[in-house]
Design a binder for this molecule. Structure first.
Ligand code: FES
Length: 488
């Protein structure tokens, strides 16, 4: 049977078997629609509209709308969807240069993020970045966070699909970068431990249950055409531990932890707040479950950093103004916009220090608003990040004022307004003027390890030298987390 899909980006027709899940079919044919709950029929985000024909598994409403994750192919049909837009951050905040040795050929550095993949094609002789590209991580149909994907691996078939889909997407990225015209000499890959396990087809289930063990943390190297990727050598960067992955190793490499004499606090703020502190030559890392609020995932009008998302909220002439990514009509709000909005509402007293909001909803536009439930999600996220930072400072025996630099990695860190972040308590007030954006440090670290053998060795040393602290049984962390829920 034939399924035809219309989206704002394309029209595509593909074959299906009776009973095939429609959300999975979309993903397999690179039609990416939101699927925050991983196909459990709970988040309501995977809406599609039946234009003609029939489906099974669920009944379309009077407008023809249905949840794709509950629907199965049942005959020829045509369906309209709205695809998710956006790609991964490819920018770098500040740069440390590699020492290249005139080697011939080209390489690819790849960051496998939970939400997006980002890659750059590099001339190895001098480290010049020839081109960059990014795409959404197709594993998103199994859920927006690593835990949903780990849970999906309980079924062996899902593990295979999670592996295959991310490798295929990476191969497509490489082909786009090279335009199919050159052979890649080597490829370096950074990402969190779960992403790297799935990348090489290892079952990450043990990462999801106590005592949270990985199958591997050390660097891995594969030969030519590993997993069907068009390169001679494939290198996965080393992780520190189950929840402090190779993305943090790469961030530390990019931030030059090995040579710095400063006290540095580094935070990669996403669904998990992964952090590291460098103090007196010692490195301590940790990770806190911040939830997806700061990526816009569990916020009623939440969006990723894509066109149509409000990314800045400011006060002008006594009223709130905002900017929208792409300059379009506002369709939702992304993490940076959310931080700004909460900060502005705190300033005008519309949210009190407990997080209580007098109005049930605060509207920025007819379509975009902040609800009381959104504020609670935000409080959970910011409190987890802040308490994680305090735990690292405590372990290092440092006060906030003793930190020379707060480096914030990732997309959120690149666009965040540190004053708004400090106003909400997401980052310490004392550090708001010492905050620095690293950009995609994971991609940059992979780039350094690709172009400079000494950096690759450095990544191995950083990963083995860093200590991880587990906050799940830390009573002070729990206390600070509870206190951090307040906006004081
Ligand atoms: S309802 Fe969440 S993915 Fe379908």
């Amino acid at each position: 049977m034939k399924i035809t899909v219309f989206s704002q980006k394309k029209q595509i027709t593909f074959e299906a078997e009776r009973g095939d899940n429609l959300l999975r079919l979309f993903s397999a044919h690179s039609v990416h629609i939101p699927a925050r709950c991983g196909g459990n029929g709970k988040c309501g985000k995977c809406k599609a509209r039946l234009l003609s024909g029939k489906i099974a598994g669920t009944k379309p409403d009077e407008r023809g709308e249905f949840l794709a994750c509950l629907a199965r192919a049942d005959g020829d049909c045509s369906i309209a969807v709205t695809e998710e837009e956006g790609g991964g951050l490819q920018e770098f905040g500040f740069t440390r240069l590699p020492h290249c040795r005139g080697e011939e050929g080209y390489g690819v550095a790849l960051d496998v993020g939970t939400t997006t993949l980002a890659a750059c094609l590099v001339r190895l002789s001098d480290g010049r970045i020839v081109s960059r590209n990014s795409c959404l991580n197709p594993q998103a149909v199994f859920g927006s966070d690593v835990i949903s994907r780990i849970q999906a691996c309980a079924e062996k078939e899902n593990l295979k699909e999670l592996h295959r889909s991310v490798v295929d997407a990476s191969a497509r990225l490489v082909r786009t970068l090279t335009q199919g015209k050159m052979r890649i000499k080597r490829m370096t890959v950074a990402g969190n431990a779960t992403m790297l396990h799935l990348f090489c087809g290892e079952d990450p289930s043990s990462i999801g249950v106590y005592p949270f063990r990985t199958v591997f943390t050390e660097e891995r190297e594969y030969g030519a055409d590993a997993f069907g990727l068009p390169c001679d050598r494939l290198i996965l960067l080393p992780s520190v531990s189950a929840y402090v992955g190779a993305d943090i190793t790469a961030d530390m490499l990019a931030a030059d932890f090995s040579h710095s004499k400063e006290n540095i606090l580094l935070a990669d703020i996403g669904t998990n707040g992964e952090m590291a502190i460098l103090s007196g030559g010692k490195i301590v890392c940790t990770s806190t479950a911040a939830g997806p609020a700061l990526e816009g995932a569990c916020i009623e009008c939440g969006l990723g950093g894509v066109d149509g998302a409000i990314d800045r909220v400011y006060r002008q002439n006594g009223r709130l103004g905002y900017t929208v990514i792409g300059g379009e009509t506002a369709k939702g709000i992304c993490g940076c916009g959310l931080i700004d909005l909460v900060a502005r509402l705190l300033e005008e007293g519309a949210i009190d220090e407990t997080g209580y909001m007098e109005a049930e909803k605060y509207r920025l536009t007819d379509q975009v608003y902040l609800s009381q439930a959104d504020v609670r999600q935000f409080q959970l996220a910011k409190s987890a990040i802040r308490a994680g930072m305090l735990a690292l400072l405590r372990r290092a025996g440092r006060k906030e004022e003793e930190i020379d630099r707060l480096i914030i990695a990732g997309g959120l860190g690149y666009y965040i307004d540190p004053s708004s972040a400090a106003k909400t308590g997401l980052i310490p007030q004392a550090l708001k003027d010492r905050a620095q954006a690293l950009g995609n440090g994971s991609l940059y670290g992979a780039y350094l390890a690709l172009t400079d053998e000494a950096c690759r060795e450095e990544a191995r040393r950083l990963a083995s030298r860093a200590e991880t602290i587990d906050l799940s049984s830390d009573a002070t962390f729990t206390e600070e987390f509870m206190e951090g829920m307040y906006f004081s």
